[in-house]
Design a protein around this ligand. Sequence first.
Ligand code: ATR
Length: 276
Amino acid sequence: MDLYCVMGNPVDHSKSPWIHARFAALSGQALRYGKRLVALDRFAAEVHAFIAEGGRGCNVTVPFKFEAAALACRCSARASLAMASNTLTFEDGTILADNTDGAGLVNDIQRNAGVDLSGRRLLLLGAGGAAAGVLGPLLQARPSSITVANRTRQRALVLVTRHEALAAQEQTALLVRDLQELTGDFDVVINATSSSLHGEAVPVPAGLLRHGALAYDLMYGAAARGFLQWAGEQGAAARDGLGMLVEQAAEAFLIWRGVRPPSAQVLDELRALLSH
Ligand code: ATR
């Protein structure tokens, strides 16, 4: 049976084995998908050990996504732009890196939430690894503008500079603003900061959301609650990152197996499971 896994630290909480098991069952694919806790200095060694065991691919989560892209023999265009990978494929002795996080986010917003991003004004909060993983695919959805705001302005500038050519190609205005000085009337606000993990407040002023705007947190569960509550109080529709989690997995499954699994069904099942 073909072997896959998710590698991370921590990894115990990961829903990926459950999601891929459901994809496999529903699409008639024979595979095994496990999880591996990797010591912080052992990522490359564990990848090579997994390949030696017959592993066909793996998902990569915090904190190894940057190392995964650097380790690969070849990166997809979106993994190169993100400088990070969440999906490795092992083929004929080579390691191929891709990044399905951004496609997962865009698919969840457009297909599952039914919000078309083209022509919309987007605000992306954060410029760390999570933001880097999604900016390219967000640009490819051709919104009218994407404003990137980060606590450390320099980091936002670096991220935006790297994406300028793609923004020009997609005819999307790509802007950098300071968090505290943000003004505007955004259609979609995406929280890619980790402020809530540190128990800190939503890092933006009120009054940025047009009524009925979509507020999206890349995290789910308790970590997303503060931001989504803040957004809901301002009349926005709030959505957590559970759908992105399932959709990024679906993109990885497609890369590995050549089959698109029924992700919307699996998202419904996972939400029901987590609400019990
Ligand atoms: P991840 O891989 O989850 O993106 P990261 O690369 O450490 O983790 O990035 C964390 C992001 O959350 C960064 O944009 C960080 O801002 P800085 O670049 O200024 O560090 C942002 N962040 C974390 N805590 C924050 C807070 N309390 N207020 C605002 N932004 C915060």
